[in-house]
Ligand binder design. Sequence first.
Ligand code: NAG
Ligand code: NAG
Ligand code: NAG
Ligand code: NAG
Ligand code: NAG
Length: 400
Amino acid sequence: MRAVTVLAVLLSPTLSLGATPPSELVSPLIPTKILATFKSLPNPIKYPQWTSTTGIWQFFDPDSWTSGFFPATPYELNKRRALCRATPANALGIADWLSVGRSASTGLIPLQAGNGQGHDQGFLAFPFVEELALNPRNETAKTAVLAFAKILAPRFSPIVRATRSWDWGSTDPNYFPVIIDNMMNLELLFIAADLTRNATLRTIATAHADTTLKNHFREDGSTWHVIEYNGTTGAVTKKRTQQGYSDDSTWSRGQAWAIYGFADMYRLTRDQKYLTTARRAAKYFLDNIPADGIVPWDFNGPLTPAPRPADSSASTIAASALLTLAKHETTLAANRAYTDAAIGLLTNVTRLAWNPSWQSLLSNGTVNIPANNKLTGTVYGDYYYVKAGNELISRGLLKC
Ligand SMILES: *[C@@H]1O[C@H](CO)[C@@H](O)[C@H](O)[C@H]1NC(C)=O
Ligand SMILES: *[C@@H]1O[C@H](CO)[C@@H](O)[C@H](O)[C@H]1NC(C)=O
Ligand SMILES: *[C@@H]1O[C@H](CO)[C@@H](O)[C@H](O)[C@H]1NC(C)=O
Ligand SMILES: *[C@@H]1O[C@H](CO)[C@@H](O)[C@H](O)[C@H]1NC(C)=O
Ligand SMILES: *[C@@H]1O[C@H](CO)[C@@H](O)[C@H](O)[C@H]1NC(C)=O
């Protein structure tokens, strides 16, 4: 009898977990707003990136680093519709989400031939990666994924052993910046390596991750946003910030990318060092959230004038990342700790930033404080909110 009870507890995630996710994660406002935004996309197509401080989406040319997030969101709703029964109450039946996602991604096709995004090819490929997950033989998606990988791969330097971030910022021919965000590109290289059976792409990705692991992390698990290398010698010349508070501070969205990127590297390689690194990054993130539960745009950003700007996107990216990390933990206690932390982040960000009257799902995003762009919705913050919700639904932790 006892063994049966223990097994029942192990098999029932709802019984074994303490925290309850917020119901907004499955609100009918999510499909309703995504469809409304889709219908308002300009012609020729432009993509939402952030909102005004009153919650109105601002649209940008497809050649922007964020253009993949909006088209990838209906693909998430397509998954959600398969996980949940569509009902009038959840509004999942108001559109054919796969058609919406496909239609919204058409504006990305011309970017395969070249674009101004340099390093950010992984994000642009998102909707095509989703399409390939549905149908690995879809030629349109395959062509797109390979094209974006082909733009990224030559940015790898065998001397630095990393892919280069932006091309602007210095006239020094040796200038070679690498940002923590670029961990998010590596999955694209793995997928392209599988599609082409070209192992070099995988080698590039692991080398980039290893170099990032070596140079971007401080002792306490926090990260620098930018490492500048001398491209001729591979030596580190500077450790600094671009979007954070100071060169010694920790920009919270960058820290969230670090958790996500290394949790993904573990998923893709099963190399233990990446799991250890994702855990270190997660520990810093969680240990440095202030008592009010509001994730600031930079963990070291000044407290005055109050309120210190939050970044709701850092919360949702980190929540998604922690759910991946939880899946890779082999003990129930560790799985539960990361899952509970993810639910805690989602609960707190919902309380802060869930904003029914805005076009975005969430407010309180910080795009870029040095550019004074704050108190906005962000297309990436919303995307990871929906994605984290799906993950909880698929684990039986959230009813829809
Ligand atoms: C293949 O994927 C594209 C989007 O990448 C989509 O527009 C098209 O309908 C898909 N084709 C098939 C046959 O599924
Ligand atoms: C494999 O990918 C690398 C990096 O893009 C490229 O240089 C190389 O030519 C590719 N090899 C083949 C056989 O296509
Ligand atoms: C980079 O290395 C080259 C070659 O050793 C050297 O000439 C140059 O001064 C270095 N630049 C910096 C910024 O360290
Ligand atoms: C959520 O906010 C509460 C304060 O309202 C705080 O005690 C808790 O630690 C926060 N949880 C997370 C994961 O940040
Ligand atoms: C959250 O966003 C709302 C709407 O922009 C704003 O009024 C509020 O001050 C923000 N809260 C914090 C803590 O930044």
